[in-house]
Ligand binder design. Structure first.
Ligand code: AMP
Length: 583
């Protein structure tokens, strides 16, 4: 494997890459950069956003630029303004030590006058959307007469957006063009068509699409009837208090409406769609990047090119029609080696679409339960408790206020004080979820497990392992399969919680699994497996857990005491034993 320092690149670029902290080139960079540095032939790179493709073409492009010449030498065409801005930002970082280098971005949605001024100041590199570039060419604000390198970034998306004629027109007006580098997530006949019309003897490089084989994504789906979609979204958000995510809708109108409803309810979200002007969209992105917003509600087009690496969740408010679009969406999470969750809210009829996507991404999706009110309150309670436990008040805060706080609460019992603090945080949630119905579509609410279409009774199982043990549904299934030798498809409806998980197995497999798993250890800790139903009567109960396939209706109701949500005993969380045993 090559290091960046092995590439025969101009020193200014190597230095910039080192400033940025890039150590090893990504697979597409490994393949493309040495070729394009040595001999800039025509190439097609099949790679998606998140694979490092911008640097794969950007570094060789800058390597070949002659900064002493004051005319446009390189053009990068990209489908959206967001992507244009990001490419410009990236290229400017790579070229930070190249004195005299100018990289300008031009895109629609902002007044053209300012951009006319910018392109007249002789940048060597222009990043453009096709429409705005043609506009500038028609106004004779810039000339492509000396253009040597053209990069078509996200070519498939430009074609999807109807830019074919614009691309043709631009490429026909580049008399000095020597090399064309085409990047695309997918290879269609139309993409190949561009290559055939405008490229010569090209070489193809492809890397496994980042998000179709990304095993760090846990794909989950939640089955709800159409009219419960928004309420389901709300519960999923409440159930993931630390979320930093993107919620995808199909239409701009939905993005606006869903976001407005959430904002009214106090969620730090904002819409992002094509009906918003550029200034508003940039502002939203700024707030999202600075984490002033926890979520954005976006359409596919507006979200293209959002370059944020630590997205924890992608939520499909509705599944896209095209399974390929699903992979683009889910690929927004689990980037740069991190793991992430992609949740889809589907109606019972759309389960067949899930199967279709499963085949495309070659990963099994996990059917998960829409949490009930009790679970949500319980989850939030642990979230706040952890926040309190890990908070580190600044030294000057402590100095200023310690005495004041002590005087005020000197006579209050510590437990009571903590209860009050948590109550303040939770009372709105408790209020909202006081009387909640089961939103999972297609199940009876009588408890006792659901039945498969074959009439085989399924049993809901509890296991004392969860997210805190580094598990997601996939990893849990893997552990169970390896420990018991059962077929992976005997395990269904896996719901991984913080410190425990639930799943369904056929009734006749339950006993066998309990027998085989209960003697096992996971990371040194003894595994406990039970039928979820049987835990109801166990010591301390652990209210709010799932029992017998669906939660008991009374478990979903607030009974006036926070302990009703499982803080009272039985659960690992309250035993105080977990922390010590972890790892
Ligand atoms: P891209 O696929 O070009 O959109 O890049 C995705 C993200 O990865 C960007 O934030 C880049 O700055 C970052 N990146 C690109 N190449 C590397 C690398 N070799 N090492 C670490 N980060 C990288």
């Amino acid at each position: 494997m090559n290091l960046f320092s092995d590439f025969p690149m101009r020193e200014e670029l190597t230095r910039a890459i080192s400033d940025l902290g890039f150590e090893t080139p990504t697979p597409i960079q490994q393949k493309v950069i040495p070729t394009l540095l040595a001999e800039p032939i025509d190439i097609i790179g099949l790679a998606q956003t998140g694979t490092g493709k911008t640097a794969a073409y950007g570094l060789p492009l800058l390597h070949h630029v002659d900064v002493s010449l004051k005319h446009v030498q390189c053009l990068v065409l990209s489908p959206t303004r967001e992507l244009c801005m990001q490419i410009q930002e990236e290229m400017t970082k790579y070229g930070a030590h190249m004195r005299g280098l100018r990289v300008t971005a031009v895109y629609g949605g902002v007044p053209i006058i300012g951009q006319m001024r910018e392109v007249r100041s002789n940048p060597q590199v222009i990043v453009a959307t096709p429409g705005r570039l043609i506009d500038l060419l028609e106004r004779k604000a810039l000339s492509l007469e000396h253009l040597q390198y053209v990069v078509l970034d996200e070519a498939d998306e430009m074609l999807n957006m109807g830019f074919r004629e614009d691309i043709d027109l631009i490429l026909k007006n580049t008399p000095a063009r020597e090399h064309t580098w085409l990047f695309s997530a997918t290879m269609s006949n139309e993409v190949r068509g561009i290559a055939k019309r405008f490229m010569k003897d090209w070489k193809e490089f492809s890397v496994a699409a980042a998000n179709t084989t990304n095993e760090n994504i846990d794909h989950q789906y939640y089955v709800a009837n159409h009219h419960n979609r928004f309420e389901t979204l709300r519960r999923l958000l409440d159930f993931t208090p630390g979320i930093y995510g993107i919620i995808f809708t199909r239409t701009k109108q939905d993005a606006q409406e869903v976001s407005e409803k959430l904002m009214k309810m106090g969620y730090p979200t904002s819409p992002l769609h094509g009906d918003m002007d550029q200034k508003m969209r940039s502002k939203v992105m700024e707030r999202f990047k600075s984490k002033a917003l926890q979520c954005i509600v976006a359409t596919d087009v507006a979200a293209r090119g959002i370059d944020v690496n630590d997205i924890t969740h992608v939520i499909n408010y509705e599944l896209p029609d095209d399974p390929e679009v699903y992979t683009h969406r889910s690929g927004r999470t689990a980037r740069a080696g991190k793991s992430g969750i992609c949740m889809s809210i589907v109606s019972p009829k759309q389960i067949s679409n899930i199967r279709q996507i499963e085949r495309l991404v070659k990963q099994k999706f996990h059917k998960s339960d829409i949490p009930d009110g009790a679970e949500i309150v319980r989850k939030k309670m642990f979230f706040y408790m952890e926040q309190i436990a890990t908070a580190e008040p600044k030294a000057d805060f402590a100095k200023l206020y310690t005495d004041l706080i002590h005087d005020q609460f000197a006579d209050v019992d510590k437990d009571e004080l903590i209860r009050k603090l948590i109550w303040l945080q939770l009372k709105d949630t408790i209020e909202v979820y006081q009387h909640t119905e089961d939103l999972n579509a297609g199940y009876d609410n009588k408890g006792g497990g659901d039945k498969s279409s074959r009439g085989n009774r399924y049993v809901r199982m509890f296991i004392n392992l969860g997210e805190k043990d580094g598990l997601n549904a996939q990893k849990l299934i893997q552990f169970i399969v390896e420990s018991t030798d059962v077929e992976p498809n005997t395990i269904d409806r896996v719901t991984v919680r913080d410190m425990s998980s639930y799943f369904n197995v056929p009734g006749d497999a339950a006993e066998y699994m309990i027998e085989h798993l209960s003697s096992k250890k996971f990371k040194g800790r003894k595994v406990r497996l039970d039928e979820a139903e049987q835990r109801t009567g166990g010591p301390g109960g652990g209210g709010g857990d799932f029992r017998g396939g669906r939660p008991k209706p009374q478990g979903a109701r607030y009974s006036g005491d926070v302990r009703a949500y499982g803080g009272g005993g039985g659960g690992r969380e309250s035993s105080g034993g977990y922390k010590g045993k972890k790892k």
